[in-house]
Design a protein around this ligand. Structure first.
Ligand code: THU
Length: 131
């Protein structure tokens, strides 16, 4: 699957975001080595801290279904679901990616209104911690 298609799927996932508190809607599309795509959106909560980011929703869905081998993730987001530029993953989500992905080869694709930017996880999270 190409990056453009993965970004389109992330946009679809963004449409399912539950973000009544911040208003920021985020979508992610996670591609496995087997070619399956797991979608995720952010899910907020009135108590704030139980909120979950779109990227982690996608990872936790996939890992809990037995997936362990990942190729790329596309992420999009914006206020009220309107993209104004890239919406880069937070540090916690980058560390979750680091747990399951090879930093040198896993691709983080950041969608924006006029296309996308592509980085390796190593570029997004240099000198990362893992066991
Ligand atoms: N958010 C994500 O879904 N992914 C990120 O990597 C950054 C932040 C969500 C969390 C919250 O629901 C909203 O964006 C504003 O922080």
């Amino acid at each position: 699957m190409d990056s453009k298609k993965l970004v389109e799927l992330a946009v679809e996932a963004m449409g399912r975001a539950y973000a009544p508190y911040s208003g920021y809607k985020v979508g992610a599309a996670l591609l496995t080595a087997g070619g399956k795509v797991y979608l995720g959106c952010n899910i907020e909560n009135a108590a704030y801290s139980p909120s979950n980011c779109a990227e982690r929703t996608a990872f936790f869905k996939a890992v809990s279904e037995g997936e362990r081998d990942f190729v790329a993730i596309a992420v999009v987001g914006g206020k009220d679901g309107v993209m104004e530029g890239v919406f880069p993953p937070c540090g916690v989500c980058r560390q979750v990616m680091r747990e399951f992905c090879k930093p040198k080869t896993f691709k983080v694709i950041l969608g924006k209104p006029d296309g996308f930017e592509e980085y390796t996880l190593d570029e997004m999270l240099p000198h990362s911690f893992g066991l």
